[in-house]
Design a protein around this ligand. Structure first.
Ligand SMILES: *[C@@H]1O[C@H](CO)[C@@H](O)[C@H](O)[C@H]1NC(C)=O
Ligand SMILES: *[C@@H]1O[C@H](CO)[C@@H](O)[C@H](O)[C@H]1NC(C)=O
Ligand SMILES: *[C@@H]1O[C@H](CO)[C@@H](O)[C@H](O)[C@H]1NC(C)=O
Ligand SMILES: *[C@@H]1O[C@H](CO)[C@@H](O)[C@H](O)[C@H]1NC(C)=O
Ligand SMILES: *[C@@H]1O[C@H](CO)[C@@H](O)[C@H](O)[C@H]1NC(C)=O
Length: 422
């Protein structure tokens, strides 16, 4: 029940300001008999459902959203928030509500249910509300708290799971891919990335996201799980969003960051093991045999040479593999272990892998490259066998096709890339 002169249709029609002042002036000390017979001095609070966790209790000056049913002693309903389409958030404890409600909501948890018995002097006093509430009425409210926030709130971030390895964290202007479940503070789900069968992909700090999300994702590691609580003024504010997010609603996001990169990122190299006595470092044009484990930033393994019991054999720096690998393999020594981190624009880009090139086209392409002097086949080996080797590296599911992003046979196009990795 709101003590307000707002003309909003979402409010119970309440007495005019004049009347309110009068109520406040004469209201004190007009307590009526309690159900037990004696006069009620103060509001009686019965907390009949207290949630198991209560991260925050209502304090003076907080904004709250709640549902309530208001009844008289005989059980007759005089007002209910459920009879209106939306609930407006209201600041509590500062006299915008009847005193009984201001006091009765203090210390309440989200999802808590309370019954308040409000004596007349803390309600509408000896005057009541014309046509609605008789004079000297004791009021009974059943209340459930849905939301609590404060203008001083900031985005609350808690890490639920931290990955063992964190190659980099989210910074402003990064491109991120993540999964999320979004709920209101009372647990009502309003959106999830999983319903769309893909991650949510966006730029940070560029105005694509609500402000609170832009802030809440900062510093996050790929593979990290976070809970991000956002006050309404950093989310959808007074308007809410469609039918799913009410006005003035705090939002809770559970986020799993899948990966992060920046269009300005370069290939990152980290030497994990370097045997002593390196005599020669790989240069562009070298034929290399190597083992690798390939994973996405969140640690998901997408490919490994070990699964085929076979090294990966290819020329480096010739465009047969993704550009990031071409760069990342150069300078490597025999026996060296490296971690090579490749941003998408130097890997498979926005479309990932999936298109196919048949074996004959691949063979023709390699031979054309060799004849153009753009690559050499392994000396002393049957070229067909080397090409078959390279192809086998590529053809994971042995269906006679390889997944490359693009393969054109015009060898005069120097910039053409055969994305053979994977
Ligand atoms: C208000 O009454 C309705 C209808 O009986 C009920 O569904 C709802 O749970 C009640 N709300 C509270 C806060 O008790
Ligand atoms: C979202 O909810 C689903 C179902 O409960 C759960 O499997 C998934 O891990 C959740 N995702 C995040 C990011 O919390
Ligand atoms: C790939 O992973 C396997 C299993 O964890 C490990 O034995 C192997 O050394 C890894 N290879 C590289 C190149 O890191
Ligand atoms: C690799 O070798 C192991 C052990 O010899 C064998 O079980 C496995 O099937 C082989 N995998 C492939 C893809 O050949
Ligand atoms: C990705 O696919 C779309 C649609 O097929 C295409 O328009 C776009 O050019 C592709 N992008 C790249 C980098 O290949």
């Amino acid at each position: 029940m709101f003590r307000t002169v707002s003309p909003s249709r979402t409010f119970l029609r309440l007495p005019l300001l004049q009347l309110l002042l009068l109520v406040q002036a004469v209201g004190r000390g007009l307590g009526r008999a309690s159900p037990a017979g004696g006069p009620l001095e103060d509001v009686v609070i019965e907390r009949y459902h207290i949630p198991r966790t209560c991260p925050r209790e209502v304090q003076m000056g907080d904004f709250v959203r709640y549902h309530y049913n208001g009844t008289f002693e005989d059980g007759k309903k005089f007002d209910s928030s459920y009879d209106r389409s939306t609930l407006v958030a209201i600041v509590v404890g500062v006299g915008r509500l009847i005193t009984g409600m201001d006091r009765g909501l203090m210390g309440m948890c989200v999802n808590e249910r309370r019954r308040l018995i409000v004596p007349p002097h803390l309600g509408y006093g000896s005057i009541g509300v014309a046509g609605l509430i008789p004079p000297d009425a004791t009021l009974y409210f059943d209340v459930v708290l849905l939301d609590v926030w404060n203008k001083a709130d900031t985005v609350q971030v808690s890490t639920l799971l931290h990955p063992a390895h964190c190659p980099r964290t989210v910074q402003d202007s990064d491109f991120v891919r993540y999964h999320y479940n979004g709920t209101l503070l009372d647990g009502t789900a309003f959106d999830t990335s999983y319903s769309r069968g893909g991650t949510y992909d966006t730029y940070i700090g560029s105005g694509w996201l609500i402000k609170g999300m832009d802030q809440g994702l900062l510093g996050m590691c790929p593979g990290e799980r976070r809970k991000i609580i956002i006050p309404p003024f950093l989310a959808y504010g007074e308007k809410g969003y469609g039918t799913v997010i009410p006005p003035q609603a705090s939002l809770v996001f559970h986020v799993l960051l899948i990966d992060v990169h920046n269009p300005k990122d370069t290939v990152q190299l980290e030497t994990l093991e370097l045997p002593p006595g390196c005599v020669r470092r790989a240069v562009a044009g070298d034929f290399m045999r190597y083992h690798y484990n390939g994973s996405l930033m969140d640690g998901t393994l997408f490919d490994s040479s070990y699964s085929r019991n076979h090294t990966y054999n290819t020329y480096v720096g010739r465009g047969y593999i993704i550009p990031g690998m071409d760069q990342g393999l150069q300078g490597a020594c025999m026996g060296e272990r490296r971690r090579i981190t490749i941003p998408p624009h130097l890997a498979y880009g926005e479309n990932g892998t999936g298109r196919h090139v048949p074996v004959l086209a691949f063979s023709a392409f390699i031979k054309a490259q060799v004849s153009e002097g753009k690559g050499r086949l392994m000396p002393g080996q049957d070229p067909e066998k080397t090409i078959a080797d390279m192809f086998q590296n590529q053809d994971r599911n042995q269906d006679g096709k390889i997944t490359v992003e693009e393969l054109k046979l015009k060898s005069d196009e120097d910039q053409e890339r055969v994305h053979e990795e994977l």
